[in-house]
Design a protein around this ligand. Sequence first.
Ligand SMILES: Cc1cc2nc3c(=O)[nH]c(=O)nc-3n(C[C@H](O)[C@H](O)[C@H](O)COP(=O)(O)OP(=O)(O)OC[C@H]3O[C@@H](n4cnc5c(N)ncnc54)[C@H](O)[C@@H]3O)c2cc1C
Length: 187
Amino acid sequence: MTDAIEDRVESQPPQVGSGTVHPPKKPTDSKQLPKGYVLDKDGKPCRTCNSLLDFRKAKGMSAAAAAAKPVARDCPPDVNELGRSTWTFLHSVAAQYPEQATPAQQDDMKSFMRIFGKLYPCWYCAADFQEWSAKPENTPKVAGQEDFGRWLCDAHNEVNRKLGKPEFDCNLWKERWRDGWNDGRCD
Ligand SMILES: Cc1cc2nc3c(=O)[nH]c(=O)nc-3n(C[C@H](O)[C@H](O)[C@H](O)COP(=O)(O)OP(=O)(O)OC[C@H]3O[C@@H](n4cnc5c(N)ncnc54)[C@H](O)[C@@H]3O)c2cc1C
């Protein structure tokens, strides 16, 4: 590992706009950044760490212009689109996971979640997820579909709580992600 990479990995990523937590390496004028705006590990604007609105404002657009500009569908995701797509993928993986997983499938799932936690492309989301799932009571439950689906629902609810969103009723995870709602609207 080169010095430059070591430095980047070991240094705390910068957060500006929420009050200076860690100064960016390439100084940015924090007064121009929206409150709570998160920079990437190199101190540059980070699209997958922020809402599109804040990303636009950080690039100098007024709040009104940022809100009024249409959202093109074929652009890189912001933190919300990335999150929605990722949860869709993860809950769908849970919905297809075997009811009783073999030891090899359980190992695969544990590895997958461990690597997922390292690679998720919103650095502070990934860090919080890794910290939560490293606690003994929160390690992935991979024995079978019900276990894993409920564990994932709990993980998602942890993020919902952090963001001040309502918790999802985990008794309903299969209706939401596997079978469709009992009222038939997904048929
Ligand atoms: C690992 C991870 C960590 C994240 N961390 C952050 C973060 O730190 N900060 C941040 O701003 N964003 C974070 N996000 C993104 C965030 O979770 C949301 O995806 C984003 O805010 C968009 O939310 P949403 O309201 O569209 O619905 P989402 O939360 O994306 O949910 C999509 C749909 O899933 C269903 N759902 C909701 N909760 C549950 C549940 N518990 N179990 C099963 N189904 C459920 C609902 O039908 C909902 O409409 C993270 C995403 C992931 C995958």
